[in-house]
Design a protein. Structure first.
Lengths: 344, 280
């Protein structure tokens, strides 16, 4: 991967150029100390020293609600699939969110390919940046997500008055060449980047899972009957906030929307959550996961066992958003994993 | 948002159009639909698989295929009116256009079952998916050993496929047993839940595959009866109901632990799921 230097003063012109050819999404400060991914009106809105955003960038690949196809009924029935293919760049993605996107890539291309997701992914340029500030709930060191490994087009590492840009794809290379003034990084600059990156995992030293990454499935299997799930269930509101903010939750519901003319409409999908009461209800009214404890266990097992067994990596990337979003404060995977380990 | 057919992207969620070519009211709650794909092709399913049925503007629902793949040119769905899609479906008659996706899921392991004695256990509407296999086995009768069918319905009025049941009662190459939970004035047969039929049959458990399909409450008891008969868990087969929204292993609704019912099932060997919480 080629390493380039982008002077900090050249970042804004780079983004301005980018904005002339595509929509540019970046991290903005929404209210003091709370950040969001949103379309940038001006590159000056970009905030690159954030800790975590309220929602992950997943919403640009799997929108909260999206049209799958439009239909016409009546004399002639037709269905026309809808794919979104506007070029877009997302600037400021952190490694844990990138890891989640790479996982969704696997899931949506595994077996039958979901081209609705994959078309957006293909048309999105990912410009990530190393973490400078840890969110109080994040535990990226434990989930191997403190540093980016794959899936980006360009990656920025802040080494003071300049960024080292790691070029991760041909598309990234082209975009950089066309839109930014860069030069090759020197040996000293590359060494500085390595030195900075080496320290990043230790930002999360205070918040760690006591069970090694590879051993989480065994831990969960051994404690599938644990009373902890019932204890957490007593406080759970079944609100689904933990699902809503999760970068790897991708479950969806599918519904139809018929226009008032009764002849045209659309089928859409929207985010759903396995913590919600009706998630596993069938038409006869039978609920196959009716107890809150079962739903909590299902979520935790998806994050620390099932996905790992299928894809070799965990469905939790350690962003800590669920822990921050949970009103009764029972969703924190670190606490759940560690309490299971301690047996209490 | 832009439509982009020029990219030649295919949506796995786009239904094929199909025509209802015959309907038959089976009971007060269940109606049969014979369906032909407009592209003229066979559905190409295995017994035990399901399709996603679309009524554009209403929604989509997973429905078991009730006909055997040995029947060509069209396929059949028998549908109970319980949800918004199925209730709307019941209002359709011959000539209606619907959407079909699939077939999806793993069907019954017919190759493994060849040469074995087959014990069918159907509870109520469980006969609908099981019929795809029963008719397959009867169409290829010489490939299988003894065929036993146990069928339980709540009342005589809730028995499905009456003409076929009448044929099974008299057919010499199968052993048919039936019961109802509650009799009416005309019923002269067995009365009692389906498990009361098990003591009446003699089987060679080593050679027998039990295929059990019914409502969730029936499984625990019927599986226990099959075990009491000595049938190994590897040879007890069930078909599970879940809310399969997408049918292609993405939406997450049908998950039982790590299993996706729409991909790994809906047909499972009991041995495969007996240690899995929430399965049955």
């Amino acid at each position: 991967m080629s390493l380039q230097i982008l002077e900090k003063k050249d970042l804004l012109p780079f983004l301005e150029n980018l904005m002339s050819s595509m929509e540019v999404v970046g991290v903005k400060e929404k209210v003091t100390g709370k950040y969001e991914f949103a379309v940038l009106d001006s590159p000056t809105q970009l905030c690159l020293d954030y800790d975590v955003t309220i929602l992950p960038p997943k919403k640009y690949f799997l929108p909260p609600r999206e049209t799958i196809f439009q239909f016409q009924i009546g004399q002639k029935t037709t269905c026309q699939p809808v794919f979104e293919n506007n070029p877009r760049a997302i600037v400021g993605i952190h490694p844990y969110d990138l890891k989640a996107i790479c996982q969704l890539d696997r899931i949506f291309s595994d077996g039958q390919r979901d081209e609705h997701y994959l078309a957006r992914r293909k048309n999105t340029l990912i410009i990530g940046i190393d973490i400078k500030k840890a969110s109080p709930y994040a535990f990226c060191k434990s989930m191997n997500s403190a540093l980016a490994r794959e899936g980006f087009d360009l990656w920025l590492t802040d080494i003071g008055d300049k960024f080292v840009v790691t070029v991760g794809s041909e598309k990234g290379q082209e975009i950089l060449k066309k839109n930014a003034r860069t030069r090759a990084a020197s040996k000293e600059e590359i060494a500085k980047k390595a030195e900075i990156q080496e320290k990043i995992p230790y930002l999360f030293s205070l918040n760690t899972v006591t069970t090694p990454y590879e051993d989480l499935p065994k831990l969960l299997e051994a404690h599938k009957e644990s009373k902890l799930f019932a204890e957490l269930a007593e406080k759970c509101l079944s609100c689904g906030s933990c699902n809503l903010v999760c970068p790897t939750c991708y479950c969806f519901d599918v519904q139809d929307d018929l226009a008032l003319n009764l002849s045209t409409g659309e089928r859409f999908r929207q985010w759903d959550g396995c913590l919600l009461t009706g998630f596993a209800v069938v038409a006869t009214g039978e609920n196959f996961r009716k107890d809150r404890a079962e739903r909590i266990r299902h979520r935790i097992f998806r994050k620390g066992k099932y996905i790992y067994e299928k894809y070799g990596e965990h469905g939790c990337v350690g962003c800590g958003r669920c822990a921050a979003a949970c009103l009764p404060d029972i969703a924190n995977p670190v606490e759940i994993f560690n309490r299971l380990k301690e047996g209490k | 948002m832009m439509n982009a057919p020029q990219l030649q992207l295919n949506s796995i969620y786009l239904p094929k159009l199909a025509e209802v070519i015959r309907t038959e009211q089976l009971t007060k709650m269940e109606k049969l639909f014979e369906i032909r794909l407009l592209n003229g092709q066979d559905l190409g399913h295995q017994p035990g698989q399901f399709v996603e049925v679309s009524l554009l503007g209403i929604g989509e629902a997973p429905i078991s295929i009730s006909s055997s793949p040995t029947k060509k040119g069209s396929f059949e769905l028998a549908v109970r009116a319980v949800g918004n899609v199925t209730k709307a479906l019941h209002k359709l008659e011959k000539g209606a256009i619907i959407g079909i996706r699939g077939p999806y899921g793993k069907g019954f392991p017919v190759e493994e079952m060849k040469g074995k004695d087959i014990l069918f256990v159907a509870g109520g509407i469980g006969l609908v998916p099981l019929r795809s296999l029963i008719n397959y086995v009867l169409d290829k009768r010489s490939d299988f050993g003894r065929v036993l069918i146990l069928f339980g319905a709540k009342t005589p009025a809730e028995q499905l496929f009456l003409d076929e049941l009448a044929g099974w009662r008299t057919r010499p190459d199968l052993e048919y047993w039936e019961t109802v939970d509650r009799a009416d004035g005309k019923w002269k047969g067995n009365v009692g839940v389906i498990t009361t039929l098990f003591p009446k049959i003699n089987i060679n458990p080593e050679k027998t595959v039990a295929v059990i399909v019914g409502p969730p409450v029936m499984y625990r008891f019927a599986i226990l009866e099959a075990q009491v008969k000595g049938i190994p868990d590897e040879q007890i087969i069930v078909s599970l109901e879940r809310r399969m929204k997408c049918g292609v292993g993405k939406c997450g609704h049908c998950q039982i632990n790590h299993l996706y019912v729409c991909q790994d099932g809906p047909v499972f060997k009991f041995a495969q799921i007996k240690d899995i919480k929430e399965a049955i």
